[in-house]
Design a protein around this ligand. Structure first.
Ligand SMILES: Nc1ncnc2c1ncn2[C@@H]1O[C@H](COP(=O)(O)OP(=O)(O)OP(=O)(O)O)[C@@H](O)[C@H]1O
Ligand SMILES: [Mg+2]
Length: 344
């Protein structure tokens, strides 16, 4: 016989006591109705006492676990009170779910710790290269290069480029840490998305012209457009700048970058499409990670740190929206994001 509840265990003990009493009294010749009453009284009394004892015992055993789960001292009486109208099974289900929550939290913390270590390692690695370069140029200049007319200018210019690179990295890191802190709230305002795309495209024109890349913004000829959004204009400007500069850096000479804003019910969908080198399928899932670059050599040569897309993702997600990418190696890439539309 399987005893599943504290009540059935108590009744079993009570029944055994009642039967024993009845048998003993019958053996000494007590009248049958007295035997019956005595057996019933013993059954009720012993069952109640057994139930009380079981609850006390279980509560006593559960006390350290409850104190640990709730992080405070718990009295046996409080647990016994709760056990009166609850099954022990419910308590163990509660504890299992608490343990699962704890396991999940520990896994999350371990992941965060791993990420932090990797992040710090990457930051150090990225800063090391320009710092060592600067050190090398200065040493060469001090070792006589300063007097050499050809060398001194060239090395100073190279040192300046390394300093610029460090400034870029620090600027990106600063943006990321500002976006990471909860204090940073996006300041939403209404603005014409097509006009902003045009403005940022114009700012990147010099860089695009170096590679003979044409940037087009669809719908920019009839401003104001229908694509008004509610978002943080400064940060969305940064998103566009990152995506457009990428389309130039990883584009092809003489290529085209097409920027399109689409009016979609309550959202505006923005697309930045290039016909450049494209991205391999295997790289796509990690593309928005901090410091991830598909081709480290090429990216670094172009002054990239691999933080641009991480910043883009952060900004769009801080708006409660999503950014995604479609790409084919050798054919080009399209980055897409949405923003809440303002009904005009
Ligand atoms: N339009 C694109 N076409 C092809 N590859 C791209 C494109 N945009 C990004 N990538 C790849 O994704 C990587 C990450 O881009 P991300 O913008 O984050 O970094 P980055 O351009 O290297 O440096 P930065 O921090 O200066 O932006 C790039 O190094 C490049 O390999
Ligand atoms: Mg970039």
């Amino acid at each position: 016989m399987i005893i599943k509840t504290k009540e059935s265990a108590s009744w079993l003990i009570g029944s055994v006591a009642g039967v024993c009493t009845a048998v003993a009294m019958a053996a000494v010749g007590v009248t049958w109705w007295v035997v019956l009453i005595a057996a019933a009284l013993v059954f009720v009394g012993v069952s109640l006492f057994a139930l009380w004892m079981i609850v006390k015992y279980v509560a006593y055993k559960l006390r350290p676990i409850y104190s640990m789960v709730l992080s405070r001292d718990i009295h046996t009486g409080d647990i016994a009170e709760q056990l009166k109208d609850r099954k022990v099974d419910d308590v163990s289900a509660d504890l299992s779910s608490w343990a699962e929550d704890n396991d999940r939290e520990i896994a999350r913390l371990k992941e965060a710790e791993k990420f932090r270590k990797q992040y710090l390692g990457n930051v150090a690695h990225e800063l090391k290269t320009p710092i060592f370069n600067i050190q090398g140029y200065i040493s060469t200049l001090l070792d006589g290069g300063l007097e050499d007319e050809v060398v001194n200018r060239k090395y100073l210019e190279r040192a300046e480029r390394s300093v610029e690179r460090m400034i870029n990295i620090l600027g990106d890191l600063d943006t990321i840490s500002r976006l990471d802190s909860d204090m940073n709230q996006m300041r939403a305002e209404s603005f014409d998305m097509v006009a902003l795309c045009k403005e940022i495209a114009e700012q990147t024109e010099i860089e695009a012209s170096k590679r003979d890349i044409t940037i087009t913004v669809k719908g920019a000829d009839s401003l104001p457009s229908r694509c008004w959004v509610s978002a943080d204009k400064f940060y969305i400007g940064q998103v566009l700048e990152n995506l457009i500069v990428n389309s130039i850096r990883y584009g092809k000479d003489g290529g085209t970058t097409k920027i399109t804003c689409r009016d979609m019910l309550d959202k505006v969908l923005v697309e930045v499409e290039d016909d450049g080198i494209g991205i391999a399928k295997s790289d796509l899932p990690r593309l928005f990670e901090r410091f991830y670059r598909t081709d480290k050599g090429r990216s670094r040569e172009q002054g990239g740190t691999g933080l641009g897309l991480a910043i883009v993702k952060h900004i769009i997600e801080n708006h409660g929206e999503k950014v995604s990418v479609r790409s084919e190696l050798g054919k080009g890439s399209t980055f897409t994001f949405t923003l809440p539309k303002v009904q005009l």
